[in-house]
Design a protein around this ligand. Structure first.
Ligand SMILES: Cc1cc2nc3c(=O)[nH]c(=O)nc-3n(C[C@H](O)[C@H](O)[C@H](O)COP(=O)(O)OP(=O)(O)OC[C@H]3O[C@@H](n4cnc5c(N)ncnc54)[C@H](O)[C@@H]3O)c2cc1C
Length: 328
């Protein structure tokens, strides 16, 4: 059977592994301590935070079909939030997601989607692939110098700036991937002993250093303890990604208090996470398939398709469909 190495166990890597499992012998390599990538959930004291993807839509038939078993099993549920849009600290729009297309979340945490998809897969976690070499077959080497030889194909699902570092210059699409830029984001996590009275649970924010405020604990099957999940704007994060984290956290706390009109500095638990490669710079980018049949090397990820969870799946779907039809 064809042996395929997949670098990255976020949604695109795990989706590719699922879609190819009847066609090839798959091994995944993930640098983090667990699977999920940017669909992660952080547990801190008694609080839980989805600090990457907040929710996702399913607008295409292949993704709807893919998530249906997860919906049936209760791994995914709808999140019917009261939604508002802020311009600065003014609410300029109100909607209720209960009346609109479904917004889905993993339950009891976003990371449960990847945990479910990872079951039965051969995954090396805590394994950062540092280089790829090809002689008669592909050999992967991790940062400890451990070698993993004998792969017919390699699929890289790391964010585009990291993929470019890993893929050889001879890869047919090296320059195309290099041109796909990603932008940063900060996730501010606040846990409270008591609820804060708000008349929304999900908010996009414009004209601000913030882009998103959500009551994370309102999502289905979360623990009762009240939590807020706040994202910075990409512009703010790009300008401050290397700043001292306490300073960034204080700034975002002040902004949040100003926007929602309540002092959140009294949170019982506060922490911040910086994502250097959070999202595509070009959100309208059309799907691209990066598959080099001569080298037997391919790349996919949300960055092939304008970012977002559904884009991550679709890029894996398009790539593996192409591989199944023509390459394997
Ligand atoms: C703050 C934030 C908010 C977001 N909000 C939303 C939202 O509300 N809705 C939505 O649809 N999308 C959202 N997104 C985007 C969404 O999270 C992504 O589109 C999706 O999770 C990307 O999946 P992926 O598998 O392509 O990439 P990733 O999840 O990044 O997976 C790539 C994996 O590769 C691993 N990796 C990288 N390099 C190596 C290496 N050398 N060796 C081994 N492993 C490696 C990484 O550790 C990672 O796990 C958000 C993202 C962020 C950061």
């Amino acid at each position: 059977m064809t042996k395929i190495a997949i670098i990255g166990a976020g949604l695109s890597g795990l989706s590719a592994a699922h879609l190819l499992k009847d066609y090839a012998d798959i091994t995944l390599f993930e640098k983090a301590r667990g699977v999920s990538g940017r669909m992660s959930t952080r547990r801190a004291e008694s609080y839980f935070f989805d600090h990457g993807a907040q929710y996702f839509t399913a607008r295409t038939k292949p993704f709807q079909d893919f998530i249906q078993p997860l919906l049936n099993l209760g791994i995914i549920e709808r999140w019917d939030a009261r939604y508002v849009k802020f311009k600065g600290n003014q609410i300029i729009e109100r909607r209720n997601w209960r009346d609109e297309e479904p917004r889905y979340v993993g339950v009891p945490g976003m990371n449960h989607v990847a945990k479910f998809l990872a079951k039965g897969q051969n995954i090396h976690i805590n394994t950062r692939i540092a280089s790829l070499n090809h002689q008669r077959a592909w050999q992967l080497t991790d940062e400890q110098g451990q070698q993993y030889p004998g792969f017919d194909w390699v699929i890289c699902t790391a964010p585009s700036p990291q993929a470019v570092d890993l893929l050889p210059d001879s890869f047919k699409y090296h320059a195309d991937i290099q041109a796909i830029k990603m932008r940063a984001c900060f996730s501010l996590m606040l846990g409270f002993e008591q609820n804060i009275a708000l008349d929304f649970e999900a908010a996009h924010v414009t004209d601000s250093d913030l882009s998103w405020i959500a009551v994370n604990s309102h999502k289905p099957q979360r623990p009762d303890l009240f939590t807020l999940m706040i994202h910075s704007s990409e512009d703010y994060a790009e300008a401050h990604i290397d700043d001292e984290r306490d300073k960034v956290m204080q700034h975002l706390i002040n902004k949040t208090s100003h926007i929602i009109g309540q002092d959140v500095s009294q949170a019982n638990y506060k922490t911040i996470h910086g994502w250097r490669y959070a999202n595509n710079a070009d959100k309208k980018q059309k799907s691209s398939i990066f598959i080099d049949q001569d080298l037997k090397l391919a790349a996919c990820g949300d960055w092939c398709l304008g970012g977002r969870v559904e884009g991550a799946f679709t890029s894996a779907y398009d790539l593996t469909k192409h591989m199944k039809e023509s390459a394997l």
